[in-house]
Design a protein around this ligand. Structure first.
Ligand SMILES: Cc1c2[nH]c(c1CCC(=O)O)Cc1[nH]c(c(CCC(=O)O)c1C)Cc1[nH]c(c(CCC(=O)O)c1C)Cc1[nH]c(c(C)c1CCC(=O)O)C2
Length: 352
């Protein structure tokens, strides 16, 4: 028989984990995508002489940067400081992160030969990431640490385009004209992504988020045919922690993104949360759990306007089975960090 104390220790008490499990915590949990980063002077200071990817492979630095927003804002979760291209770099693919641009791929992957030549990823190649998770866990106490990965479609877009893209035209051209090559590429990326998440879970993260940031470029029909099987494989390959699935402009894809195996669906600011809950509800099923969805640009407005929007988002989130307060996409670099702290205080005062 399991002693009662052990059973009790497995019942989540952190507000983020309670909400993710469909419960009602004492106050709404809040964290911000890209909470670690250029909005913080302490981040700019420690990063000033260290390139982004070098920082991601330096456990002490990852630990420090991950903790900065938790110390400063009192958010309900830390998110591991890393990047969606980190597992690609660990596998040996030549990718750099160019400041002000984003990931740039030296040899874009555009045909069957290039897909066949992609390396696989062994868990040991991610040792610095696992070490970083261990360091963060030792410092965090009861605050959950969220691990993450980029989903196969979003990673494929960077690999095929060679960098950030507005219309994802080469990506879609390959998808429509060479479905076999496409599925081989997404299958290879699903393996890499699953390994990246498994390593983080093995090292002790309390939840994971799969970022399919650019999936909103697809129709629901194409998403279901070309992407959903691969994201489903990724989410099916990880277990033991709540899984959040997020994309931008994915209002039409919300039900499919839930079907991929998500416990929590991230919503951007274009769809109000009560409407997102309506779209996500399955007749006879449990009420969906959502994360979001303040417009990051709202944080640049007067605080009266910010407060109005925060109250609206929290009220609309009450339609859900559980709600994790967040932005609809990442913190904009020119956001005043004192505003983020005030938003956390405001949300924590909004008891159910
Ligand atoms: C698409 C994507 C990327 N990276 C990521 C995504 C998915 C989320 C999203 O949609 O924003 C994920 C990511 N990247 C980063 C995090 C850290 C954790 C967090 O605080 O959220 C996370 C979760 C750090 C980062 N990743 C990056 C930075 C900025 C690097 C710097 O400080 O110079 C940070 C803090 C670089 C990066 N990496 C990427 C972009 C578009 C950029 C910005 C380029 C720029 O504007 O300079 C690719």
């Amino acid at each position: 028989m399991t002693p009662a104390s052990e059973t009790a220790s497995r019942v989540p008490t952190a507000p983020l984990l309670v909400a993710a499990a469909g419960g009602t915590p004492a106050h709404p949990p809040v964290w911000f995508m890209r909470q670690a980063g250029r909005s913080l002077p302490e981040y700019r200071e420690v990063r000033k002489d260290v390139p982004m990817l070098q920082a991601c492979f330096t456990p002490d630095l990852v630990c420090e940067i991950t903790l900065q927003p938790v110390r400063r804002h009192g958010v309900d979760a830390a998110i591991l400081f890393s990047d969606i291209v980190v597992p690609l770099v660990a596998a040996g693919i030549d990718v750099d992160i160019v400041p002000g641009t984003g990931p740039v791929v030296a040899s874009p992957v555009r045909d069957a030969d290039a897909v066949a030549a992609l390396p696989t990823l062994a868990a040991e190649q991610l040792d610095p990431v696992a070490q970083a998770v261990g360091l963060v866990r030792a410092e965090l106490g009861d605050t959950p640490l969220i691990g993450f990965a980029g989903a196969p479609f979003t990673l494929a877009s960077y690999l095929i385009e060679g960098g950030p893209s507005r219309h994802h035209e080469r990506t879609k051209a390959l998808m429509y004209s060479r479905p076999d090559t496409w599925h081989a590429l997404l299958g290879a990326l699903a393996e890499i992504t699953a390994t990246f998440l498994q390593v983080q879970i093995g090292a002790g993260v309390a939840a994971v988020q799969l970022f399919d940031s650019w999936a909103g470029a697809l129709s629901e029909r194409d998403y279901r045919e070309y992407v959903l099987p691969h994201s489903t494989r990724v989410l099916g390959a990880v277990s033991g922690v709540p899984k959040i699935h997020f994309g931008v402009g994915t209002g039409e894809l919300l039900p499919a993104m839930r079907e991929a195996g998500a416990d929590v669906v991230g919503v951007d600011w274009r769809v109000p949360l009560d409407e997102a809950v309506r779209r996500l509800t399955v007749p006879g099923g449990p009420a969906p759990v959502v994360q979001g969805n303040l417009d990051p640009a709202v944080l640049l407005a007067d605080f009266d306007a910010i407060e109005r929007e925060v109250r609206r988002v929290v009220a609309q989130g009450r339609a859900a089975g559980g709600h994790i307060v967040n932005l609809g996409h990442g913190v904009l670099p020119n956001t005043d960090p004192t505003v983020l702290t005030r938003v956390v205080e405001l949300v924590h005062g909004l008891t159910p």
